[in-house]
Design a protein around this ligand. Sequence first.
Ligand SMILES: [Zn+2]
Length: 440
Amino acid sequence: MPDLLIRSLTTPDGRPTDLGIRGSRLIGPEQLDHPHVIDADGLVVLPGLVDLHTHLREPSPQHAETVSSGTAAAAHGGFTAVFAMANTDPVADTADAVRQVTRLARKASAEVIPIGAVTQGQAGRRLSPIEAMHEAGTTVFSDDGHCVMDAALMRQALRRVGRFGGVIAEHCQDHNLATASACLPDSLLKDHPLLGSTQPGDPDALGATEEWPWSAESVIVARDIQLAADTGARIHLCHVSTAESVEILRWAKAHHLPVTAEATPHHLLLDESLLVGGDTLFKVNPPLRNTEDRAAVRQALADGVIDIVGTDHAPHVPGDKDKPFPQAKPGMLGLEQALGVVVETMVNTGLLDWTGVAQRMSVTPARIGRIEARQGRPLAVGEPANLVLVDPARRRVVDKNASLSLSRNNPYDGLTLPDPVVATFWAGRPTWTEPNFLAQ
Ligand SMILES: [Zn+2]
């Protein structure tokens, strides 16, 4: 590719800038050699976004997503790096499985960093070969979808991961309080039209085992914060969804404990009222919560008590969603609308400025996942050209069929949301652009 000069950009802190790209790096505009010139007047430039929580679903026999389609969707959403969750089929619980993800990512549209399972088969009984997986390229370990319920096992895992500065990303759900079939917040279940409404054995009927009480999250949040304090190792709390979890996190931050946390786009925008009709599109784990929880999560993300946005992008084939509510798979897409949702809920509400967005969606997730040497970097000469150019004002109706994901379980379909991403560059290469953006 020839040298590229992108003119009239605005930095996150509001300064005008021109950026030069040669090969994979940013260079000074005065050093460019007959560059192709693009006028980006009105666009803000951010460091390429980093998602610490992506389900790429490969390997898997089901093809809800692949590394190729998932990273294409990531680029469309402004991401230049994604951490691939370990709950593939088979589970990424060996060094070989970790290396396979790295191999699959060679032709991807974003950097893919494999997450390793904490326990073998994510079964919560025996630890995975953590050190061997680290040598194969993993710094983040998670049994996401399952909580590591045995506190002693979790403590041991933290000690081992702590030796090389890794982190455990925990799915906070006490399975004795919220079982595998839990799917509805307790506040909603007691009045739900499907509760016990039909004959015994009817798969549509909701019962007590569907209850997902808020305390099932915050008891694990509290436990894991204590284990992090005990071991000195880093814990990262996935998809924080309740006001009570936020309060405990606030305490942990005030005590400078080695704890970080994430909020998902769907918990920032959506709420439990969408679950009343029983549409499985809105079934997710942890469930959508009430508006007070949502406000607490937004405020915590603004304050830095919640450090980052993690998408929990969870593609599903139609057959996994087209089931009675208790049996349908939890999860929703997130990569392509994540930035738009953050603009809607955090920027347009005055809770975050663009510097804050860059911190929460690029700089800090890169640091948590230990890829800060190449992602989430300053927009400076000599740095890798990992960039996303955004139009702060553009809005569009979300069309699930315009997605680059292989799946269609998009909870934002039909909503009018900010659609900010104009172009994404990963290592100097355009991985997604608006049509004709490069041809101008
Ligand atoms: Zn999870």
